[in-house]
Design a protein around this ligand. Sequence first.
Ligand code: SF4
Ligand code: SF4
Length: 474
Amino acid sequence: MAVLGSLKTFKGGHYFGLFEGTPRGQRLKVAPLPHRVIIPLRQGFSAEVAPIVQEGDRVKAGQVIGRNQPDPKKPSTPVHASISGRVTKIERRSHPLGGETLCVIIESDGKDEWEMLHRPANYEKLSPEEIGKILYEAGVTSGGQAGFPTIYHSAFATPDKIRYLIINAIETEPFCEATDQLMYEEFDKFVNGIKILRQALGNVQVHIGLGYNRPRIYEELIERLEYYDWCTIHQLRPKYPQGDDAVLIRTLLGVLLPQRGYATDVGCVVQDVQQCVAAYEAVVEGKPFVERVVSVAGSAVKEPGNYRVRVGTPIGHLLESNLKCTGRIVMGSVLHGQAQGDLDAPITKEIPAVIALREAERELFPIAGLGFDRDSFTGVYLSVPWVRSKRATTSLNGNPRPCVRCGYCIDVCPQNLVPALLGEYSANGLLSEAQELDLFACIECGLCAYVCPSKIPLLEQIREGKRKILQESA
Ligand code: SF4
Ligand code: SF4
């Protein structure tokens, strides 16, 4: 095993401090079983699957309720019930990450009966195809917002084109603490999950990207993996958005992803901690992926915590009686996630956090938030140096103002873009000019909008520009 001790990083990015309402270091708790789950039949960017149950059917946790024929051109995995009970409705609903999808609604019978997968005797003897089949049947997908089926990560390239398995073990999103905690508490499953995923890819080289602020995990990884020459551990600076696939591959291997390309285009497959644990549970324990870890966090939350939550649990079930004031709820990420007004919106496999931010009641400083570092410029976050954690509210501190050409958005952009111009061109319909400035190289991390002192919604403008171009080309 190689250990690359020099602290690797990338140009741009931002170190976030500790925000009020972050469940740092809190042990994983099991969220109470919900009375009802709403399970979308589309996961992340996967294709929607067809239901194979009907209203009135009884189901067990882990039972397949929707599937398509396997098709690498329209990747999907089977979708499973996450509690036992009765299917009460199958209807179209909003997907928590945008758009509409068919959902299966199950009322709990309170028994929590399970239907597990068949378990092989010894996973080390399984072929890549056999492991792939189990991961597919267990519905293992990435734990990030792409929600991509794990086994289809390699389907864009023939397996002999994949040279590296990259393990994303660095969390730099504000408020998201649950996956780090999962790595601490399920360390065995995490390490064995890496071995299983490597075996599924034909025993490729593994690069693990870990924040240098996780010394205990670093020591344990060295102890467990030191005799394996296929593994390299990289210590990274915990700067946002180091966990993004494009930024991680560039930092670890010095390779650039093509615009609108995939990690597989450069011979890599990137998997996260939740995926490693889910792969282990599927292959060794026969457990379908129906439960994930979620941080419930934010300045409006009474008791922030890290929870194991069944897929399909309505966010209202997690937040009920845990809000101390009116909050704006964001699913996934405060920088680029979706605001959510519907407390029935379900937790899906792609959602690592539910964040409730205190609504600001008045604007003390209408031009810029009080503070002494760049966090304060947006006015979304108020930085107060003499308290340890920063305060997060939804204060807008006025409407967007003209660009003052301060260049902060350029400084932080991890992709070396000029966000001010990308936003301006996209907003004014100058789409070919925006494309000339590499609009599609934007990874939508949201940092430019976060630091902009003029409150310009750069991320929204850039997303809209991309959407229009894709629409025109379609
Ligand atoms: S332009 Fe895109 S990649 Fe650059 S900071 Fe803004 S959102 Fe992030
Ligand atoms: S951060 Fe905002 S004000 Fe400054 S250059 Fe960028 S868009 Fe203009």
